[in-house]
Design a protein around this ligand. Structure first.
Ligand code: MN
Length: 375
């Protein structure tokens, strides 16, 4: 049985620039730590082959510290490592791939055309190609087939299954199926979806190792494969292993009917508890629903009440609940103000409407005697 770890899109040395400086530094360290955990896992579980399907590095500028870490981890691994440079870390003259002395167990595709590394002790062939510039609009697998269908045939490639017009090596399902590999290890898409089995071909994305922003949702990791092959029939078992220290998550919080910030807070707390978010979570909470017109959602105050999470970003998409009858008989300044704003909300331009909604909220809060000066 052949044991393979399929990873990619690690993007070491990513700046994490959407976070504040302190958290960004923590995250850069955590990404390196997750990489180490993955390599330790491969050693402890007697993995034969690691496939890195591109974007090991975020850019061609790799810190000395990161490079020392990588070369050390690679040299400690007893199996072989195959790397297909991707669009973020393409194999170009003078690139980090050329400048670095890797251990003998590291095999890097250097050509844009399809080529193959054969591992006779494993009975396996690994096909792949390199990005040699940040974009390419062809797919080297197209029209090609494996050399020997009785070997364990693998592809390690950076390419885009999502669109035939992609600038990042568009690859089609029919290219994969007709090529005839037992497993195709893909890189490029960071939210990986399912591992697919189709006409004897198994293929999928590893996804990234750590989410780097709110669009890279959920726990991240690598794919562990166990492959047995008799004749030309391969049995492929694939499962995902989490290595990410943290996860980005998004939650829609329905705040309908809320009259106070405490009510919004408890709606958030309920959802956080229900979904098991904790110190590993970077949460984007989107508040929705029609709320009391006098409720001002102070997102900074709310944020500070969820310090158990690693970070929380709050988007206030609530709208005021407007009831023309509510202040109908209110002859005070409050009723007059309400009616004036309501008119603008109902008939103004989108910009006027937006301002009137805010004015209504602040105005009603001020009339009610709340301190709105520092909101
Ligand atoms: Mn990538």
């Amino acid at each position: 049985m052949l044991k393979i770890l399929h990873t990619g899109d690690i993007h070491l040395d990513s700046p994490f620039s959407k976070l504040d400086a302190r958290r960004a530094e923590i995250r850069r360290g955590e990404l390196r730590t997750s990489f180490i955990s993955m390599m330790q896992y491969a050693r402890k579980n007697a993995v034969d082959l690691i496939l890195i399907a591109g974007d090991l590095f975020d850019t061609e500028f790799v810190t000395r510290e990161t490079m020392a870490l990588i070369t050390r981890e690679f040299s400690l691994f007893e199996g072989s490592i195959v790397i297909s440079p991707g669009n973020h870390d393409c194999y170009a003259p003078g690139s980090v791939w050329e400048r670095t002395a890797f251990s003998d167990n590291v095999y890097i595709f250097t050509e844009p055309t399809l080529s193959c590394f054969s591992f006779d002790t494993l009975g396996a062939d690994v096909y792949g190609y390199a990005f040699t510039s940040p974009e390419r609009t062809d797919c080297p697998l197209s029209g090609a087939e494996v050399n020997d269908p009785t070997r364990i045939n693998l592809v390690c490639a950076h390419g885009d299954l999502a669109s035939p017009l992609s600038r990042y090596s568009p690859i089609s399902r029919s290219d994969i199926v007709s090529f005839g590999a037992d497993y195709t290890a893909l890189g490029h898409i960071h939210n990986p979806g399912a591992i697919t089995k189709e006409a004897g071909a198994v293929y999928g994305y590893s996804g990234c190792l750590e989410g780097r922003g709110p669009d890279e949702i959920g726990p991240k990791g690598a794919v562990l494969l166990e492959i047995d092959k008799v004749g030309t029939e391969a049995e492929v078992h694939a499962r995902r292993i989490r290595f990410s220290k943290r996860r980005y998550e998004e939650a829609q919080i329905d705040c309908t009917g809320a009259e106070t910030l405490t009510a919004v807070e408890s709606a958030m707390a309920d959802e956080i508890e229900r979904r098991g978010f904790g110190e590993d979570t970077l949460l984007r909470a989107v508040l929705t629903g029609a709320v009391s017109p006098s409720l001002i959602v102070d997102t900074r105050a709310l944020q500070s009440r969820f310090s158990d999470l690693f970070s929380v970003e709050i988007r206030d998409n609530t709208v005021p609940f407007l009831d023309p009858g509510e202040f109908e008989n209110d002859r005070t300044v409050r009723g007059a103000f309400y009616r004036a704003m309501l008119e603008k909300i109902e008939s103004g331009s989108p910009r006027e409407r937006e301002i009137a909604v805010l004015a209504l909220r602040y105005g009603l809060a001020a009339i009610a005697g709340e301190n709105v000066s520092d909101l």
